[in-house]
Design a protein around this ligand. Structure first.
Ligand code: XUL
Ligand code: CO
Length: 440
């Protein structure tokens, strides 16, 4: 395939930490073994189509700034423009040595005037994407339907007060699932951008949540019908665009899935900026998902804590990436999921090559995070500290509580003879923070 969008950018190769070449990885060495597994299989990097190909740099106060030479010709929002973007995207994937990517239906192909027309546009671009997947050996990490941008979803999609909007959203998800299967996608994501409310004065919360539950059950039924084997993921986010989203954080999603008997069909796709909007750290959200056996995939980005909205920045903080990788390694690593850069270059980083700088930075930061996390695990002091901290549960009264062989009556008798709880030890937070720093 013709590769002309970035003629001056070579395939990005690993050159090691001493390299000063901006077009090289300093830490991401795809085949290097970490804990006996290649880095590329640990990290399973993925580029998103929406920010990378469709991001214009516009914000609520200003127009787009992004310079994208391949978008300069032809009509904006046309199928021709959508076609021109496909080879550019796959050139980026290949040059970054990025094995996966992700899309929304409507960022690959434009909205048509009718659903039929939209589906035709989508089919056309999927055909092209399929050829490029084959030619480059890249794979689809997940597909999803964009059920939040169009005015028809002003009141929500699956949770709209208008049943026609629900039906339209169902038709869109059905088609997006068909196309995900067509491209051998590894998974399928649900992010409920408009599934929530802005005021409770006009909202029947229970009815909306019931509708969302019914919608997801229909998706499960359809998945079985078409024989799609990959997992479904829910992506928690508390707000923006809505004031409150029903999938607000990992715990709320897990509760929703249990309440509507959907737990076995879904895992979570955890995004850093969404975690911080929910008032949590990314590691908290990962630990919550992991504890429920539901950690599926991550949207790797970061927010700006001073701004407080979903800035979707590329993740370059080594504490963040090390903490993520520590939890991910602890729970056995990704299976179908991956490290998906749901991130966009800054409005000021408008040049085409910034797309490469940004992804190289994210990939190197996660590669370092992986190496740091593996070194902390090999050292063993952190895990040993935590294990030791809970040793009172390994024998004696602790073991009996965990086994469920004692109740309040027995515990009262035990406590009456105890005198006082005199065995507490320091939690040593500062010591552990410094220990973590040894590896950064
Ligand atoms: C929005 C967001 C979405 C989902 C997919 O904040 O993260 O792009 O990842 O719909
Ligand atoms: Co996301």
């Amino acid at each position: 395939m013709a590769k002309q969008a970035f003629p001056n950018i070579p395939k990005i190769q690993y050159e090691g930490p001493g390299s000063r070449n901006p077009w090289a990885f300093k830490h991401y060495n795809p085949d290097e073994l970490i804990e006996g597994k290649a880095m590329k299989d640990h990290l399973r990097f993925s580029v998103v189509y929406w920010h990378t190909m469709c991001g214009s740099g516009a914000d609520m106060f200003g127009w787009g700034t992004a310079d994208r030479p391949w978008d300069r010709i032809g009509k904006p929002g046309s199928v021709d423009q959508a076609k021109r973007r496909v080879p550019v995207f796959f050139e980026i994937l290949e040059k970054l040595q990025c094995p996966f990517y992700a899309w929304h239906d409507r960022d690959l192909a434009p909205h048509g005037k009718t659903l039929r027309e939209s589906n035709e546009y989508f089919d056309t671009i999927i055909d092209l994407v399929k050829q490029h997947q084959k030619a480059t050996g890249t794979r689809l990490l997940w597909g999803t339907a964009q059920n939040f941008a169009h005015p028809r979803y002003m009141h929500g999609a699956a949770t709209s007060c208008n049943a026609d909007a629900f039906a339209f959203a169902a038709a869109q998800v059905k088609k997006a699932m068909d196309m995900t299967r067509e491209l051998n996608g590894e998974g399928y994501v649900f992010w409920g951008g408009r599934e929530g409310y802005t005021t409770l004065l006009n909202t029947n919360l229970k009815r909306e949540m019931d509708h969302l539950g019914a919608f997801l059950h229909m998706a499960v039924d359809y998945k079985k019908k078409i024989g799609f084997k990959g997992p479904f993921y829910i992506e928690p986010k508390p707000k923006e665009p809505t004031k409150h989203q029903y999938d607000s954080d990992a715990a709320a999603c897990l509760n929703f899935l249990r309440e509507y008997d959907l737990m076995e069909h879904f895992k979570l796709n955890i995004e850093t900026n969404h975690a911080t909007l929910a008032g949590h750290t990314m590691q908290h959200e990962l630990e919550v998902a992991s504890a429920a056996g539901a950690l599926g995939s991550i949207d790797a980005n970061t927010g700006d804590l001073l701004l407080g909205w979903d800035t979707d920045q590329f993740p370059t903080d080594l504490y963040l990436t090390s903490q993520c990788m520590l939890t991910i390694l602890k729970c056995g690593g990704f299976t179908t999921g991956g490290t998906n850069f749901d991130a966009k270059v800054r409005r000021e980083s408008f040049a085409p090559e910034d797309l490469f700088h940004a992804h190289i930075a994210g990939m190197d930061s996660f590669a370092r995070g992986l190496k740091i996390a593996a070194a902390i695990r090999k050292d063993g002091r952190l895990a040993e500290f935590v294990r030791n901290r809970y040793r009172s549960w390994d024998s004696g009264i602790g073991a009996r509580i965990e086994k469920g062989t004692v109740g309040f009556k027995e515990l009262e008798a035990y406590a009456l003879d105890l005198g006082e709880v005199s065995s507490n030890e320091s939690g040593r937070q500062e010591y552990l923070e410094n220990l973590f720093n040894e590896f950064i």
